[in-house]
Write a protein that binds this ligand. Sequence first.
Ligand SMILES: C[S@@+](CC[C@H](N)C(=O)[O-])C[C@H]1O[C@@H](n2cnc3c(N)ncnc32)[C@H](O)[C@@H]1O
Length: 208
Amino acid sequence: MPGSANWARGELLRDAEFDRIYPEWVRKVSESHWTPVSVARRAAELLVVDESTRVLDVGSGVGKFCLVGAMVTPATFFGAEQRASLVEIARQAATACELSRVHFVHENMMTIDWSGYDSFYLFNPYSEHIFDYSSPIEDPITTSLDHYNRYVTTTCRRLVAAPVGVRVVTYYGYGGPMPSGYRRILREPAGKNYLELWVKESSGQDDG
Ligand SMILES: C[S@@+](CC[C@H](N)C(=O)[O-])C[C@H]1O[C@@H](n2cnc3c(N)ncnc32)[C@H](O)[C@@H]1O
């Protein structure tokens, strides 16, 4: 079982080892749907400034990113997830890991209040609507291009409304562009794709 103590000793668990905390079906789809441990660790390091940082994972799944983030940084992690079944699994995993700085809510991104967070993590959350996964998440949802477009457009609007200073890390992007006012600080290979760190440096309204 992945406990904080391992991480305090600087050990980096393999995904198969970390995923033992989850039910079997969750493990089977891990490679397609959940952030790998090493990627989560790096993403968290990029998003967290200090112990006061509040990080929101939009579409938190079974909580893997948040759990790893809370193990390797002093920040507080929040996950919002549309599937109640996954929220329950994430909460049980947090309890098993004895992590108190992680919180999961059952909520669609359309109704989440994005204020009050310093950093956002987006692992291409809406891709199910446009991509036919060979290993889908159990607990199917109704997929549609219309949903996809609304989620991407709303995410972009929330990022426009976010205050100067927020940090955003994407893994496989989020499906839309970063609004003006955001500067890409880095793009580096991670897992089978790239992590990108963006920081909002201006309101964007004066940008050409
Ligand atoms: C690619 S998985 C990433 C899971 C997690 N962030 C991680 O890195 O391990 C995307 C997750 O986003 C959730 N999701 C997709 N659309 C959503 C929406 N509109 N509101 C909330 N969650 C959503 C899916 O149910 C899925 O669990």
